[in-house]
Design a protein around this ligand. Sequence first.
Ligand code: TXA
Ligand code: MG
Length: 320
Amino acid sequence: MDRIDAHKPSGDVKMAAQLLGEGRLVAFGTETVYGLGADATNDKAVASIFAAKARPQFNPLISHVADAAAAQALADFSPLALKLAAAFWPGPFTMVLPRKPDCPVSALVTAGLDTIALRVPAHPVAHALLLAVGKPIAAPSANPSGKISPTSAAHVRQGLGDKLDFVLDGGPATHGLESTIVAVLDDVVTLLRPGSITVEEIEKVIGKPVTFVEANEHAPTAPGQLKSHYAPSKPLRLNATEFEDDEAVLTFGPTDHTGPLFSLSDSGDLTEAAANLFAQLHAADASTAMAIAVMPIPQEGLGLAINDRLARAAAPRQSA
Ligand code: TXA
Ligand code: MG
């Protein structure tokens, strides 16, 4: 590939950046795998990632930024996190860190958690794109859910072609393996996903052992283990068609309930409901209501992921 000057973006990079800025979906090459990108600060754009991938669950997504300075605007970096950033960014390395209170990234990207996954790709095309957009870009691998991760623009077009506004060709993804993910929280570095940056390399930088979590995210939470999903503190019930006065209601379509209402979508639009889900769940949980009731959400399209998330949020809690 020709050398790319990130400060003089090509026509394709400019086009991709403009589309992302308009809330559209753009796949782009990185050194690990191709990402399916959207403006991480735009709730609806992020919801459309899940719709395009037909993901039955809202896993939190990685936010991609051009450099460590842009990452530091979004998350709190401990001295340990700064060391890791200096050692492995740009590169195939993702850190889960505490979200800054004023972090503008959509709650759907971070699945309602108070942490955020950040990556600074080294690939010159991805870097040029992130510089040109000037916003964090949320991107899972650019494959339909359950299919293998794409390492070329052709793979992406085969899998998702009709659901995308643009594919920014970065040539073959040379690593072909997703980034290493670590959480850096309370001075503990935990491996969440192995990748081409190895545990040994990480331990050399931090000067102490890396810890590991159970692969099964639904296992009972051990003290200090990461919670992978936000769970409300109030009881939650689903498919509610009648409501108590002291219940906060997450609405989907019209209702005549007169108690506190938190609208997922007035018009019954699933993409809009997905975009609002985590913010409204938080708001209902923070309200003075005793419990939360959710109106029925159709079990189709993005409704599957919404209902999956709500079912987990409603499940009896296993106390730590
Ligand atoms: O190489 C890669 O990492 C590619 C390219 C496109 O950057 N991206 C990628 O994204 O593999 P995805 O969505 O397939 O994987 C993201 C992983 C998920 O397993 C998710 O659970 C985890 O990151 N993750 C994201 N935010 C998290 C958070 N706040 N806490 C814990 N895990 C998080
Ligand atoms: Mg993936």
